[in-house]
Write a protein that binds this ligand. Sequence first.
Ligand code: NAG
Ligand code: NAG
Ligand code: NAG
Ligand code: NAG
Ligand code: NAG
Ligand code: NAG
Ligand code: NAG
Ligand code: NAG
Length: 390
Amino acid sequence: MKIFTLVAIVQVFLLASEARSDAIVENKRVTCFYLTPMTELNGTLDIEDIDASICTHLLVDETAINQAIEEHYDGYSSGVGMNQEFEKLKAVNPNLKLIVQVRYSLLSWIGNFFYSNGTLDGTSEGASNATQGTIRLLKKMGFDGVDFNIDYYSAEKLDEMADMFCDMKNEFDKNGYIITIDFAYKEGSNITQARHMSYNFSKLTRCCDHLNVLYLGHPNNVTQRMSSLRMMKSTVDKYIERGLPPNKIVITIPAFGNIYALEDPQDTGMGAKIDVERSPQIGDSFIRGFIFHRDLVREMNNSSLAWTIRRDEETKEPYAFTKTGLWASYDDRTSIEVKANYVLEKGLGGILIFPINLEDKEGIGGEGTFPLTRAVFNSLRGLQTEEKTS
Ligand SMILES: *[C@@H]1O[C@H](CO)[C@@H](O)[C@H](O)[C@H]1NC(C)=O
Ligand SMILES: *[C@@H]1O[C@H](CO)[C@@H](O)[C@H](O)[C@H]1NC(C)=O
Ligand SMILES: *[C@@H]1O[C@H](CO)[C@@H](O)[C@H](O)[C@H]1NC(C)=O
Ligand SMILES: *[C@@H]1O[C@H](CO)[C@@H](O)[C@H](O)[C@H]1NC(C)=O
Ligand SMILES: *[C@@H]1O[C@H](CO)[C@@H](O)[C@H](O)[C@H]1NC(C)=O
Ligand SMILES: *[C@@H]1O[C@H](CO)[C@@H](O)[C@H](O)[C@H]1NC(C)=O
Ligand SMILES: *[C@@H]1O[C@H](CO)[C@@H](O)[C@H](O)[C@H]1NC(C)=O
Ligand SMILES: *[C@@H]1O[C@H](CO)[C@@H](O)[C@H](O)[C@H]1NC(C)=O
């Protein structure tokens, strides 16, 4: 039984924090989301193979922690603990912030924040225990902060959490720890739309370093992009209207694309009909219609398929198709440059790559190792430097 599905991964979500990382990417965040060896993606990317030099934050999913809050899975490769492996990344990048994510599924941990009747009281003994427990955990792990996934909380709960975050922050500040939030905005999902669009975020974000926002489109049997810049922009605008401070918003770029079989190989544009049944499952992807970036790079290198690449005029986002009716949408350096530009123009907090496990870690696509993260890092840094000198 797979612990995760790609959909779950997508639903989940992530992220990290501020940081005096001026020397690296000035104040913009480049958050690398990492799924630990406890997930079904076990073995896809070892901790030691993460390129910490191009991340300002490493957001680690919570599966490394067990339900008892203070303990966590630490039996990594041949006696070397996972935490030690994470800490080693700081030798490469001393400014790297390590953040551990808490998801709704970790009920007993989250449960520590609540009374048994389900209400939350930031000043209660329970909340104080949770704060102290979290601090002990961060110390033990050698981490710098904690991230809360808020996908499933009601507006009332979020208000209660807002108070708790500020109480927590008082204690966290003594250690330099940070709190971040993440959530996915899912097109067609009543949960995120109804809850988030009627919620005033200004209180919730007051004591948080930043929020990671993932926009996800709704699959509807036509060629499309899972997370287009156009949709991300309109989502970000909505959240800003709801009180989210722009400089705390970190947008997400998935490290996976969509791949489909076209119903008519001549009809190759956006919104063309796809044949769901014939859509291929390529590489390590376990869901039809999705392809990991590293597998896509390999597929597109296959010259016998003769891919044609087209781009959206405005966003430069690529899609590609073959004469045989294969169709893919994804991101690359060119589209990431446009996204990075948007982040700077809009004064947003940065970009998160989700998850880096699916990146082309060997650089087989010819754009270096971790080409998506590298493009984010280089474009944010390059554009900021340009801004300063011009
Ligand atoms: C992940 O891989 C490690 C090392 O290969 C192994 O010890 C561990 O049991 C695996 N974890 C899961 C959840 O499969
Ligand atoms: C929940 O429990 C707390 C602590 O016992 C109490 O203060 C609060 O009023 C209760 N809330 C509800 C809705 O019953
Ligand atoms: C808080 O922690 C103390 C000591 O571990 C424990 O006795 C107490 O029951 C905890 N309180 C709550 C509300 O979890
Ligand atoms: C979502 O909301 C719409 C309109 O409010 C409703 O018709 C639909 O049944 C809801 N869907 C779910 C899954 O709750
Ligand atoms: C997509 O097509 C499948 C069958 O090919 C169908 O079961 C499903 O309802 C369709 N989904 C939408 C959103 O139209
Ligand atoms: C959200 O709350 C803040 C502070 O209470 C207030 O200034 C702001 O106008 C509110 N925004 C919306 C969209 O209601
Ligand atoms: C390239 O694509 C062709 C046509 O689908 C396939 O037969 C061949 O095995 C592929 N080559 C590689 C190296 O994947
Ligand atoms: C890419 O294609 C070239 C030429 O077909 C081949 O030599 C090379 O091994 C391929 N690289 C990968 C990573 O598949």
